[in-house]
Design a protein around this ligand. Structure first.
Ligand code: HEC
Ligand code: HEC
Ligand code: HEC
Ligand code: HEC
Length: 179
């Protein structure tokens, strides 16, 4: 191998290594099945069960109803399940780029854990989940009123119900029981 080729290969190598963390930098939405395995356990408060029984789990389905279609018509929308105008609040991470969605992500799951807690690919391992600081450093959002206000605003929502955080949170409350 000539020195020139060796040097250029070395340069390519370094460029690749430098580029890698950039490629892996943005965490991906992994879908609710990846949280279910741990969070359906009673010892962690069965957040999964609470979510499954909430309207958030049906938010995509809702866009397929007659009521939704009628509403869509008023805005010149044929199929609300395909319109950005409706999906942006009725599914998780609608605005996120395609490469921020893992294969296990599905729009049909509606408004999932990750809509409030952030994309989970990098924090969902047991080792990181058990260390709150590490989880937050890897993209976990704890969740508060501001999180809700990404969607619970009147603009674009013809069915808007006055948002009261305390009252609304009570309906979807999921807590880890004290030991
Ligand atoms: C391998 C098991 C496991 C998986 C998978 C998992 N978690 Fe967790 N999660 C835990 C454990 C354990 C805790 C900490 C419980 C405790 O504090 O005792 C936790 C804590 C949390 C917390 C509370 C953080 C805080 O301190 O406020 C949130 C929110 C959370 N998980 C969301 C998720 C979401 C969303 C997913 C899916 C993307 C997920 N978890 C996947 C095991 C898991
Ligand atoms: C990604 C958008 C989004 C986020 C973020 C979001 N919601 Fe929702 N929420 C919806 C949609 C859409 C519905 C209606 C679902 C349906 O009827 O199919 C809904 C419905 C609800 C309902 C049911 C209303 C009822 O009358 O029973 C409650 C309660 C609720 N959300 C609470 C919250 C709280 C509390 C937060 C923040 C912690 C939050 N939501 C964050 C989109 C969101
Ligand atoms: C800004 C976020 C947002 C947008 C945009 C949005 N929705 Fe919703 N939608 C909600 C929320 C939140 C609720 C639950 C009611 C509430 O708390 O305001 C809801 C509830 C609904 C319901 C259930 C109403 C009921 O009382 O049964 C239907 C149907 C619906 N939306 C259809 C649509 C359609 C169709 C579009 C697009 C034209 C759309 N939504 C756009 C946030 C949104
Ligand atoms: C609509 C938004 C929303 C959705 C959907 C949601 N969460 Fe949460 N979650 C919150 C908020 C807000 C809190 C409370 C944060 C606080 O005040 O400590 C919370 C708290 C938690 C906690 C900590 C409870 C405790 O006692 O400390 C865990 C664990 C958790 N969520 C897991 C999940 C999992 C798993 C899912 C999906 C199966 C999910 N959440 C779905 C908003 C949401």
């Amino acid at each position: 191998m000539t020195k020139k080729i060796f040097v250029s290969m070395l340069v390519i190598g370094i460029v690749c290594v430098l580029a890698m963390p950039v490629v892996n930098a943005s965490p991906k939405y992994v879908g609710v099945s990846k949280c279910k395995m741990c969070h359906k356990m009673e010892k962690y408060g069965n957040s999964y069960g609470v979510w499954e029984n909430s309207l958030h789990a049906k938010a995509f389905e809702t866009l397929g109803t007659e009521k939704a279609k009628e509403n869509g018509k008023k805005h010149g929308i044929d199929d609300p399940q395909k319109s950005e105008k409706c999906l942006k609040c009725h599914v998780t991470g609608y605005d996120a780029p395609a490469d921020a969605k893992a294969e296990s992500y599905s729009m049909e799951e509606g408004v999932t854990c990750e809509a409030c807690h952030g994309p989970g690919s990098d924090y969902k391992s047991m080792k990181i989940m058990k260390d709150r600081e590490a989880a937050i450093a890897n993209g976990l959002i704890v969740g508060d009123k501001e999180t809700c206000l990404n969607c619970h605003i009147p603009e674009g929502n013809d069915f808007y119900v006055e948002f009261d955080y305390e009252k609304f949170y009570e309906k979807i409350k999921h807590e880890i029981p004290e030991e």
